[in-house]
Each structure stands twice: as C-alpha cells, then as structure tokens.
Design a protein around this ligand. Structure first.
Ligand SMILES: O=c1ccn([C@@H]2O[C@H](COP(=O)(O)O)[C@@H](O)[C@H]2O)c(=O)[nH]1
Length: 279
C-alpha cells in the first residue's frame, strides 16, 4: 500500500528529501543533449539516497508534445530505478472534468502521487480521492504555498482564522476516510518559507504527509523546518529542485556527482537541524 511504502522507503534511507526534476533546456550542461538524458543521469546518481522524485509538469508542458513525452519517459525511468514519483500538476476542476484529470494521472503506473488545488472545493477533488483508493495512489493538496504572494488569499481571515488553517482542517477531515496504515493518502503542501504556518498546519494535519517545497532556492532552511516541526521528522517530504539540478554550476564536478553530493549535504544539514531540536 502506497503510504506504507513511502514510510518504509524514507525510513530505510533515513532521508525525507525529494529531488525535483524541474528541468529546463538551459539547465543542460555541455555535452548533454536532451532533458531525458539529463534526468536519467540525475536519477542514476540519487536513486539510492532518496525515496522519491517530484516532476513539475510546467517545464515539460512548455515544450509541447515532445516535452510531455519527456515527462512520462522521466517518470518511467524513475519508477524503473525504484523511486516513487510525484507529478506536480496542481489539478482539480468541476466534477466531470476532474474525473478525466484524475484518470489521466492516477491510473498510470509511472505516477504514485499528484498535487491538487483545493480552490474549487470537495466535488472537484472527490474523483481523485476515489481513484487514490482504486489505483493505490496518493495526493497532496495545496494548503499554504511557498511563494511570496501566497498570503494574498491563503492568509485571509475566514470565520476568525486564516484560510490556510481552514483548508488544513478540511484536508485533514477528507483524509480521515482515506487512511492507509498510520497515514492518509490525502496529504498537504506547506512551504518551508512559512515556518509559523507550517507549524500550525502540522498541528492540524497529524495523520497527513506534508510535502514541503521552498527549501534551498526559495530561502527555506533545514533549521526553519526543524523548528516548525518541533524536531519531529516524521510524515514529511521536503522538495528541492534547482539547488540539486544546478549544483554542478557551483562546483567543478560532473552534474551527476554534484547533484548527489548536494543531496547528501542537504541530508546532513537536516539531520543536524533535527537532532538539535530533539530534547
Ligand atoms: O507551494 C509550492 C508548491 C509547489 N512548488 C513547486 O516546488 C518546486 C520548487 O522548486 P525549487 O527549485 O526547489 O524552488 C517547483 O516545482 C514549484 O513549482 C513550490 O515551490 N511551492
């Protein structure tokens, strides 16, 4: 079952980091001729130290049919290497359309998790919840995003509380009927760039995995995350994309070696930050 598998993989590797394969053409180093070649090289260099990769579909959609093919070839390659795959697609729509979106991603063997946008409410998400059971998959719903303007909407006060807390409550409630072992198939997204909000969200969403982007390139740190979570490293995935993919530009190493070194360094940073917080 998917959530048990995720927990076991993270536990075995002792590493909640997820590498984001948000590959743009101008990221390719000299001598690498395609996105799939680049991604395969990154995957080969990190498949034994992380449990999952997150593939951001925007970087593939931007290049049309060829890009979409590369998205799926990347996902299949990662699965072949034993990694779990998160497709960062941020979908949801009116119910009937959501049925198609859901099938498009959750029925595919090469995708384990997708991201969803809660703005349209329960009926826009229900088809994904049903399919998560049908296909043994999971979803992460945006709760508090890492970007600068996320507070424009997500921090508005609704019935005395910031909206992201209301969303966290809803996601926790929806997730309660989709448990797989100790965790729900329905998780949340909460940015590392807002540690106070992350702390409150963790307090509300105890049985939901939190996918935490914003580490590294957007300024979130291991200390921020450890502080927000009171030193409890369970039930989280931390994404880093550009810092890993472009690590080679800050070293004189091959891009694969530089990416692996970066991931191992991030893991150390996290271990230090969390150990400092453990009483
Ligand atoms: O709140 C959110 C939700 C999603 N993302 C995505 O995560 C990665 C972050 O990339 P970095 O290069 O590590 O900054 C990217 O795919 C975003 O679309 C996010 O950043 N914040």
């Amino acid at each position: 079952m998917i959530m048990q598998k995720l927990q076991e993989s993270i536990g075995k590797l002792n590493n909640p980091f997820v590498v984001g394969l948000d590959t743009k053409i101008d990221y390719l180093p000299h001598g690498v001729s395609s996105v799939v070649e680049f991604n395969s090289g990154i995957i080969d260099s990190i498949y034994d130290v992380v449990a999952a990769v997150k593939i951001q579909i925007a970087m593939y959609e931007e290049r049309g049919v060829e890009g979409i093919e590369e998205f799926y070839r990347t996902a299949e390659y990662a699965k072949g290497r034993g990694l779990m795959v998160i497709a960062d697609v941020k979908r949801a729509d009116i119910g009937d359309t959501a049925v198609s979106y859901s099938k498009a991603y959750l029925s595919r063997d090469c995708i384990d998790f997708i991201t969803l946008n809660p703005y349209l409410g329960y009926d826009s998400l229900a088809p994904f919840f049903e399919d998560s059971e049908r296909y043994d998959k999971g979803v992460f719903i945006l709760v508090k995003t890492s970007n600068k303007s996320s507070g424009d909407i997500q921090n508005l006060i609704v019935e005395g509380r910031p909206l992201y807390e209301v969303v966290a409550d809803k996601v926790a409630g929806w997730g309660a009927v989709h448990m797989d072992g100790g965790y729900s198939r329905i998780g949340g997204v909460a940015g590392a760039t807002y540690p106070d909000e992350l702390k409150r969200i963790r307090g509300i969403m105890r049985y939901n995995y939190l996918l935490i982007p914003g580490y590294g390139a957007q300024g979130g740190t291991a200390e921020d995350i450890a502080r927000a979570l009171d030193g409890d490293i369970n039930g989280i995935l931390i994404n880093s994309s550009r810092k890993v993919l472009l690590a080679y530009r800050k070293s004189n190493k091959d891009y694969r070696e530089a990416a692996r070194n970066k991931v191992l360094r991030m893991k150390e940073e996290l271990r230090d930050a969390f150990n400092d917080r453990v009483q």
